[in-house]
Design a protein around this ligand. Structure first.
Ligand code: UDX
Length: 451
């Protein structure tokens, strides 16, 4: 098989998964990261984060000898293709992206770059960054060294990172030359043989592709959540409404789940960075539209806190609340900008005694004095006057409301992700509340039919 020598700078969710996927395809891969602990774990084949299927892929790569990790950038020596996968978080106190890790990586990498190396950006960046990167690399490398920058955005979702890397929906190759495109095609020859659609484009369009996808997705969730607000006001049912919308082939059923809104390390910051960059480019309508998307999203968290407070008779102080979920989404242990954690923290801040259970993210909460963590759903719910389902874990959707009903003090649940079967829970004696349905639920006529 055709094998390329590759380096990957930055081994977070994106970089580590990408590096392991490249090794699976037969390439020789050096992962470089500034975090010695992370490098130590990865080198021993131990996954530093929860990601289904990643541990096996990592172990396979390390055992094959094709996948190594180091804190020393000199380890990239001999590689022809270098992927930049470092984080680009939100700036402190501003909406734009903080590119300091990207520039630091390039400064460190430049002296190691061989003649005609290809530097491929994968991180999410403001449009125009690739051109600046090319200028900077030209400055840092000898004249006529021939290093070229390309952009190859990734679209992987946490919780599906392995699947999204090995079987992506599409490959975007942003290149300024045919030679760069040919080299990227060699890196991805396995995916091309599998028929994954490829779009070759310029650097700017490739840079925009990732942020634009996240802008579309974030907007879609906020639209659904506005529909949920209207449903609630009109005593309609957002669950049935999204079912109907999803059957329209132009809309489709995916990414239509209402609830406490989006969070995580990508959607919120990419939305703001896109809006900020659009403003710099003189496109003010982006801020108008996307500011509203962001506001609706934040409001859903507040509305959940308001609903919980109301269900505690407006007196949350000292009341026992079970929060099921802390991760920003299911199948992930990531708590960055987590709506679940935001709701739990807000209730604790007004004096509620909040016990949190999350199948994977609980370990990240140790040391917090405002929240108690519990290893099981039952212990989190023991004596609770209010139960909140805040992350869409499958095991929460499958909970037995009869059994759980015997441990709580009051059978009152807020379904923050619309994952519970309200008929089942109501039959077990629970009062079920959710954003996006008339309250109380079920409406009188539905109750008659269900009964
Ligand atoms: C996202 C993009 O999907 C991915 O393509 C990109 O590479 C990185 O950002 P990720 O952050 O892993 O991926 O999570 P995603 O599955 O998109 O969910 C983001 C948030 O939206 C979560 O908090 C999730 O719970 C919420 N969400 C998602 C909803 O509220 N409703 C939905 O219908 C879908």
């Amino acid at each position: 098989m055709f094998s390329v020598r590759i380096s990957v700078l930055g081994t977070g969710y994106l970089g580590a998964t990408h590096a392991a996927a490249l090794a699976r395809w037969g390439h020789i891969v050096s992962g470089v990261d500034v975090d010695p602990h992370r490098v130590d774990l990865l080198s021993r084949g131990v996954a530093p984060f929860h990601e289904p299927g990643f541990a096996d892929l990592l172990r396979e790569g390390v055992a094959s000898g094709r996948l190594t990790f180091s804190t020393d950038v000199a380890a990239v020596d001999g590689a022809d293709v270098h992927f930049l996968c470092v984080g680009t978080p939100q700036l402190d106190g501003a909406d734009g992206a903080d590119l300091s890790a990207l520039w630091a990586a390039v400064e460190a990498l430049a002296p190691e770059l061989g003649r005609d190396a290809l530097v491929v950006g994968k991180s999410t960046v403001p449009v125009g960054t690739a051109a600046l990167l090319q200028e900077r690399i030209d400055d840092l490398t000898p004249p006529n060294h021939g290093v070229e920058v390309a952009w190859n955005p990734e679209f992987l979702r946490e919780g599906h990172a392995v699947e999204d890397s090995l079987r992506p929906d599409r490959l975007v190759l942003g290149t300024a030359s045919d030679a760069a495109e040919a080299r990227l095609r060699a890196v991805y020859c396995r995916l091309l043989a599998d028929g994954v659609p490829v779009v070759r484009t310029d650097l700017q369009t490739a840079e925009l592709a990732k942020a634009s996808a996240n802008v579309m997705l974030a907007s879609r969730i906020s639209v659904v959540n506005v529909l949920a607000q209207v449903c609630e006001a009109a005593n309609a049912d957002i669950g049935r409404l999204t079912e109907i919308l999803g059957l329209d082939s132009r809309i489709g059923p995916q990414y239509l789940s209402p609830g406490i809104g989006f969070g995580g390390g990508c959607l919120p910051k990419d939305l703001r960075a896109f809006s900020s960059r659009a403003g710099e480019l003189g496109v003010d309508t982006a801020a108008q539209l996307l500011g509203a998307v962001d506001d609706v999203n934040t409001y859903q968290r507040q509305r959940t806190v308001d609903l919980a407070t109301r269900l505690l008779d407006g007196r949350p102080r000292g009341r026992r609340v079970a929060a099921l979920g802390a991760a920003f989404k299911a199948d992930s242990d990531d708590i960055r900008d987590s709506p679940a954690l935001s709701v739990a923290t807000s209730l604790a801040a007004v004096g509620a005694r909040v016990r949190v259970h999350d199948p994977e993210a609980g370990r990240h909460l140790s040391g917090r004095s405002d929240l108690e963590t519990r290893d099981t759903v039952e212990s989190a719910c023991d004596g609770a006057e209010l139960t909140l389902v805040l992350t869409e874990w499958a095991q929460f959707a499958a909970l037995d409301p009869v059994a759980l009903g015997s441990v709580v003090a009051r059978r009152v649940v807020v379904d923050g992700r619309l994952v519970l079967d309200p008929h089942r829970w109501t039959r077990a004696g629970w009062t079920v509340h959710a954003l996006g349905r008339g309250d109380p639920w079920p409406p009188a006529d539905t109750a008659r039919r269900a009964g």
